[in-house]
Design a protein around this ligand. Structure first.
Ligand SMILES: NC(=O)c1ccc[n+]([C@@H]2O[C@H](COP(=O)([O-])OP(=O)(O)OC[C@H]3O[C@@H](n4cnc5c(N)ncnc54)[C@H](OP(=O)(O)O)[C@@H]3O)[C@@H](O)[C@H]2O)c1
Length: 300
């Protein structure tokens, strides 16, 4: 049996779905039974619990041959880093007390750095804490920038006629669709062919600047020449708070953006067949951005 944290989310739902399709037993963990129902219909066992509750997680991990771990985002909380430490403490305590042997862990580019990477510091610390469990075999999937981060651009394009954000317009970013992370995690869980503690970078199909992304979106929505504007913290922070982030989370996002812009936060490996994943920006835009822009489902 496999236990999956964040099973109703972007990556966890793909992990759980692929394991179920492979005929595996899967325990899906989340706070809301309704959001887990689709996976239960597909054969999973639901476990309703909170990632801050070590005792519940110990129960959830009991009997699992491997687990999928993540720190779920909690962008509205006033102190994000404190919350992340609370979650990683609970995950680590549960892995230890349930005697989990294998973990596939969602991490990020930049998790090699102990500071200045905003929310990614929490993932660095999660990796460090798991390194302290000698008997655990773990792979840290250090994913690039999620293509799903582009979804709010739909609203920005509709309001201002351009795309915008804190990243430099000439910065090449390894952008990855979360379905590719889920697929890589499921493959690692099925094979369990890792030992010790390993980091594995997942860099998406190719590196892209926001200007290139804007061009792909523009062509797909019938606005050729759609541009990108780099915005400063004074413009970005109020916009992030307005969409529901705490002031602290907005500051951490800006800190991370600065580290991406300066090159402090970057992949460590050159691009290779091992860290390249299939979904292109053209596919992501066609499947996720265009339907959101037009309000029509794919194929409708
Ligand atoms: N955005 C990026 O560019 C990027 C890049 C690299 C790494 N990451 C990392 O990726 C992770 C997010 O992955 P994702 O997109 O797959 O997540 P996601 O789609 O946001 O899903 C999070 C899941 O966790 C569950 N959850 C939330 N709070 C919970 C709690 N307190 N207790 C139990 N379950 C809870 C949610 O379900 P319920 O609400 O039903 O409980 C949801 O299914 C974060 O750790 C982030 O740092 C992000």
């Amino acid at each position: 049996m496999y236990a999956i944290i964040g099973a109703s989310g972007n990556t966890g739902s793909v992990v759980a779905g692929k394991l179920l399709a492979h005929g595996e037993k899967v325990r899906v963990i989340g706070r809301d039974a309704k959001r887990l129902e689709r996976l239960v219909q597909a054969g999973a066992e639901a476990f309703v619990g909170n990632v801050t509750d070590a005792a519940a997680l110990t129960q959830a991990f009991g009997g699992a041959k491997a687990v999928y771990l993540m720190i779920p985002p909690n962008p509205a909380i006033p102190n994000v880093r404190e919350d992340q430490e609370r979650v990683s403490d609970a995950l680590v305590a549960a892995v230890q007390s349930a005697g989990v042997e294998y973990a596939v862990v969602l991490s990020s580019i930049g998790a090699d750095k102990p500071d200045k990477t905003g929310p990614v510091v929490g993932l660095h610390n999660l990796e460090q804490k798991l390194n302290g469990i000698a008997a655990l075999k773990a792979v840290y999937l250090r994913a690039g920038y999620f293509m799903e981060n582009l979804l709010p651009q739909v609203m920005i394009i509709k309001s201002f006629g351009v795309t915008g954000g804190p990243l430099r317009s000439d910065l090449k970013v390894a952008m990855i669709a979360t379905q590719d992370i889920g697929a890589a995690a499921a493959e690692a869980l099925l094979k369990l062919n890792f030992s010790g503690k390993q980091a594995r970078e997942l860099l998406g199909q190719r590196d892209l600047t926001y200007v290139e992304v804007a061009s792909v979106i523009g062509k797909a929505i019938g606005k050729p020449g759609l541009g990108y504007m780099q915005l400063g913290p004074a413009q970005i922070k109020p916009a992030l708070v307005q969409v529901g982030m705490s002031s602290n989370m907005a500051d951490l996002i800006l800190e991370m953006s600065e580290s991406l812009n300066s090159g402090y936060m970057a992949p460590l490996e050159p691009r290779s067949a091992q860290n390249t994943t299939p979904t292109s920006i053209e596919t992501f835009v066609a499947e996720q951005i265009v339907p959101k822009f037009t309000g029509k489902a794919v194929g409708a």
